[in-house]
Design a protein around this ligand. Structure first.
Ligand SMILES: Nc1ncnc2c1ncn2[C@@H]1O[C@H](COP(=O)(O)OP(=O)(O)OP(=O)(O)O)[C@@H](O)[C@H]1O
Ligand SMILES: [Mg+2]
Length: 260
C-alpha cells in the first residue's frame, strides 16, 4: 500500500456510514497536469479522497494548492491526466464531454469560484437552467426558482436583470441558487462565500448546514475561510495537489453559530 493510499483511508468519512456503503464520490490517485505552451503545471499530484453520502466536507489549503482543480475534476467539468474518478460507484474518468454533462446535470450542483452565470440570460433564466432538462411545468419551475433565490439570500428585484448588472456578492448568491434549485444529491462549492459580507456568509453557511442535515444533500466546499470550514462535518487539508490531512471541525468556530 502506498503512502498516498493511506491518505485515502485517513480522508474517508465515517459519519453516517454503514459498512459496504458506496462513496458518492471517489478520486483515486488523481494527477492533473496543465500545459501552458511549453510549461507544464502539475496541479494535482496523486490526490485521493472518498466522499460518502451525507457528508459535509470542507477543503482548505493555500492558494494554488489545487483546490479548484480538484473540484472541477470532482464535478466532471474536467478530466484527470492520470488516476480515476468514481461517481456513485461508476468510473466516470474517461467519459466524453456529453456523457459527463448528462451525469453532472442529474447529480451535481456546482458553485463556481468565478460564478459563471450566463451573461445573456436573465437572473431568473440562469437559476432556472438546471430545471429545464427535467420537463417540469413552467409554474413548478417558477416556484422552485423563487424558493432557491430566497434560500440563497437573493432578492426578487434581481430576476429580470442580467448578471453583469449585479454586484459580485449578488452574483455569488445567484450562483448558489442555481446550484441548489434542483436539489442535486451532491453540491460542490468553490469559495461560495468569498464575495459575501460576514452576515450573509453566516446565512449561507446555515443554508448548507440545513441542506446537509435536513435534506441529506452531500456537500463539498472549498474555502479559505476557517469560519465556514468549521461548519462542515470534516475538514480536509490540501497542499501541493494532494490531501495531506484531516481535521475535526469545532462547531463553536462555525460562522453560522457565532455571534460576533
Ligand atoms: N487552466 C489552467 N491552466 C494552467 N494552469 C492552471 C490552470 N488552472 C490552474 N492552474 C494552475 O494549477 C495550480 C492549482 O490551481 P488551482 O486553481 O486549482 O488552485 P486553488 O487551490 O484553487 O487556488 P485559489 O485558492 O487561489 O483559488 C496553480 O499553480 C495554477 O496556476
Ligand atoms: Mg481556486
Amino acid at each position: 500500500m502506498t503512502r498516498d493510499y493511506r491518505a485515502v483511508d485517513g480522508a474517508e468519512s465515517t459519519l453516517g456510514q454503514s459498512p459496504g456503503q458506496v462513496p458518492i464520490l471517489e478520486l483515486r490517485d488523481v494527477h492533473k497536469v496543465y500545459k501552458v505552451g511549453e510549461v507544464k503545471v502539475h496541479a494535482l499530484r496523486g490526490l485521493s479522497v472518498r466522499i460518502m453520502p451525507g457528508d459535509f466536507v470542507a477543503v482548505m489549503g493555500p492558494s494554488g494548492s489545487g483546490k479548484s482543480t480538484f473540484l472541477n475534476i470532482a464535478g466532471l467539468l474536467d478530466v484527470p491526466t492520470r488516476g480515476k474518478v468514481f461517481l456513485l460507484g461508476r468510473d466516470v474518468s474517461r467519459l466524453n464531454e456529453v456523457a459527463r454533462a448528462r451525469i453532472r446535470n442529474r447529480v451535481i450542483g456546482f458553485v463556481f469560484q468565478q460564478f459563471n452565470l450566463i451573461p445573456r440570460l436573465t437572473i431568473y433564466e440562469n437559476i432556472e437552467m438546471p430545471l429545464i432538462p427535467r420537463g417540469l411545468p413552467r409554474r413548478e419551475r417558477k416556484k422552485l426558482v423563487l424558493k432557491a433565490l430566497r434560500e440563497a439570500e437573493g432578492d426578487t428585484s434581481w430576476l429580470p436583470k442580467k448578471p453583469l448588472q449585479l454586484s459580485g456578492g449578488q452574483q455569488q448568491r445567484v450562483a448558489i441558487a442555481r446550484a441548489i434549485v434542483g436539489r442535486p444529491r451532491l453540491i460542490l462549492a468553490d469559495e461560495p462565500t468569498g464575495a459575501l459580507d460576514r452576515a450573509t456568509a453566516a446565512r449561507i453557511a446555515a443554508l448548507f448546514i440545513r441542506l446537509n442535515r435536513e435534506e441529506k444533500l452531500t456537500i463539498v466546499v472549498v474555502t479559505h475561510d476557517p469560519e465556514l470550514a468549521h461548519c462542515a462535518r470534516k475538514i480536509l487539508m490540501i497542499r501541493d495537489g494532494r490531501i495531506v490531512g484531516a481535521e475535526a471541525p469545532q462547531p463553536q468556530r462555525c460562522i453560522a453559530y457565532s455571534r460576533r
